[in-house]
Write a protein that binds this ligand. Structure first.
Ligand code: SF4
Ligand code: SF4
Ligand code: SF4
Length: 278
């Protein structure tokens, strides 16, 4: 996965940028909305810049992309344009049969996209993790809990919440979705931060609570882009496991590796490996 210097280090960021540009142009042609060109060009350029900075060995490369995309989606799309990009917004647009805003966001970043870039969204773009990653527990300090089932509960609750709004015939659904965006985000941050401190694990919310992982996990299993382990170089020192924020067993090169669908492509394991086996 690690690229050597020279022209090679531009290949991956260029590929990522081109994928986003292709999506931008395709959506523009399909919908006639030029906004999609701006939107996906901005996101693609931010992600590509983050990957390029990583290739250039800049220590905070991933965080740069995370803040560029995360603040854009939270502040510009969410607070200024009043688009609910959370899972409730996805259900809302899905129920109304409108293929725009959250439905496109989910289709690209969280359903089809992970087939190519796995959980890159979680590592380089998510505005919830953008804040959680600032907390002090970057590596897990306690064994992982068996609480993954909670995400299916929050997934079902989000679906039932939006269904109930439709069944109740709420008049001003746009306003209701904006309110749910504000309250939902506040809850995510409060629960995410509290859980991180309680379990000494910045990414506890991602591991146990986040409903979006219900989409992300199965799709990222097939991801084209993944960190692989060269077993002939590995000396089983365990460093990769210790620095991984998601508790992925990188020493197993197969797709069935433990917690493999949780890899956020942060490359902390790659940086830590003394044998360049990753
Ligand atoms: S699991 Fe959820 S909260 Fe965590 S980074 Fe992914 S989308 Fe964001
Ligand atoms: S440390 Fe490695 S295995 Fe763990 S999430 Fe980051 S890239 Fe994936
Ligand atoms: S850090 Fe590298 S050498 Fe050590 S166990 Fe992981 S892959 Fe193997």
């Amino acid at each position: 996965m690690r690229e050597s210097g020279g022209i090679k280090q531009f290949v991956l960021p260029a590929m990522m940028w081109l994928i986003f540009e292709a999506v931008a142009v395709a959506l523009w042609l399909l919908t006639g909305e030029r906004f999609y060109v701006f939107n996906f060009s901005y996101i693609g350029t931010s992600v590509a810049a983050g990957i390029l900075l990583f290739q250039l060995r800049y220590q905070h490369a991933r965080r740069v992309a995370q803040f560029l995309v995360g603040t854009y989606m939270l502040v510009y799309l969410g607070l200024i344009c009043r688009e609910n990009m959370q899972i409730e917004g996805f259900w809302y647009y899905l129920f109304t049969g409108v293929f725009e805003a959250a439905t496109i966001h989910y289709a690209v970043a969280k359903i089809a996209g992970p087939l190519v870039f796995g959980r890159g969204w979680c590592g380089y773009a998510c505005w919830t993790a953008m804040i959680l990653d600032l907390l002090p527990y970057k590596m897990m300090q306690r064994p992982r809990k068996e609480w993954g089932w909670v995400r299916y509960l929050t997934f079902a609750l989000s679906f039932l919440f939006v269904s109930a709004l439709f069944l109740a015939g709420v008049n001003d659904m746009e306003r209701m979705m904006f309110l749910s965006f504000l309250i939902g985000n506040a809850l995510y941050y409060i629960i995410g931060i509290a859980l991180a401190f309680a379990l000494k694990d910045n990414r506890a919310f991602c591991k146990y609570i986040c409903p979006v992982a219900v989409f992300l996990k199965p799709m990222s299993y097939f991801s084209l882009l993944r960190v692989k382990c060269d077993e002939s170089k590995c000396i089983s020192c365990g460093r990769c496991r210790r620095v991984c924020p998601m508790d992925v067993d990188m020493t197993d090169p197969s797709r069935k590796r433990k917690n493999g669908t949780e890899c956020i492509l942060c490359h902390e394991c790659v940086k830590a490996c003394p044998e360049k086996a990753l």
